[in-house]
Design a protein around this ligand. Structure first.
Ligand code: BT5
Length: 248
């Protein structure tokens, strides 16, 4: 068996602004690819487009992994998919419940958001930041104004070890990143699309010019194809897609 790449060096910290910030600082100072930062507390945890990520101290997995992917793997959607699949598999194995990836990379458990992913790039360094809600109670999540959030504990009615969930997440990230490095992009794509459970369904696609409704015929790392109610096939560049929502 190959030695793991992601998690070969783990930096555990009590409190940070954001694990992504620390990961970039370490990368600048020459940290090896696969170095992981874990923290118990984030004072300025962030989501995408400047949105906040809230995590009460010692309740969550707050992880950032440093990657220096080859140019052929430097595709935002590919790295997004591999991170989402790794988080999905970790959460599914711990909860034993139905888990869903909502495009592009939120993970839902029992209809609540249990995990968010923020991927940032500076030059040749990519940082994969993952937050998993582990031990917050449903009451605590509601009190922190996160009505859409859920944790493993709230969904499964028992406590989990954040250390074990983090260790499993590192293993899953390592195995998915290995697929990426070996060029098995198709394999990652299939897992990502399967976990979204929207292929063949009616969806609403939000894009800069408005919204389109239709049956999702295909999706890959570059584009998605819809069949409109009039029976026409239309293609959207994924870089411009803002949301893909199931039509219920
Ligand atoms: C995300 O952004 O979901 C990406 C979150 C990534 C967090 C990790 S933690 C480790 C690493 N270090 C960081 O600083 N960040 C990463 P987005 O899709 O933009 O969702 C943000 C929105 O999710 C917020 O506006 C809230 O509505 C909601 N939210 C905030 N905290 C949440 C939580 N703990 N659980 C569920 N939803 C939350």
């Amino acid at each position: 068996m190959q030695a793991p790449l992601i998690g070969r060096h783990v930096v555990r910290l009590e409190s940070v602004t954001s694990t992504n910030d620390v990961a970039f600082e370490l990368a600048e100072r020459g940290a090896l690819e696969g170095t992981v930062v874990l923290a118990d507390v984030q004072t300025r945890g962030r989501g995408r487009q400047g949105r906040p990520w809230h995590a009460a101290p010692h309740t969550s997995v707050l992880l950032s992994a440093i990657l220096r992917p080859l140019p052929s793997c430097q595709r935002p959607t590919l790295l997004t998919a591999m991170a989402a699949v790794a988080a999905y598999e970790t959460i599914a194995s711990h909860s034993g419940l139905a888990v869903l990836i909502t495009w592009p990379n939120d993970i839902y458990l029992s209809r609540g958001k249990v995990c968010g992913i923020l991927i940032e790039q500076r030059h040749s360094v990519w940082v994969i930041g993952i937050g998993i809600n582990v031990n917050q109670t449903a009451l605590e999540l509601r009190a922190s104004a996160l009505p859409e959030a859920i944790s493993l504990r709230a969904a499964c009615n028992r406590e989990f070890s954040t250390e074990i969930v983090a260790a499993d997440l590192m293993q899953h990230l390592d195995s998915q990143y290995n697929e990426v490095l070996r060029g098995n992009h198709e394999h990652v794509l299939q897992k990502w699309v399967t976990a979204m459970r929207i292929l063949g369904s009616q969806v609403e696609v939000h894009h800069p010019d408005g919204e389109a409704i239709g049956r999702l015929l295909a999706i890959d790392f570059d584009e998605l194809k819809l069949e409109t109610p009039a029976g026409r096939a239309v293609t959207f560049n994924l870089n411009h897609v803002q949301a893909i929502l199931p039509v219920v």
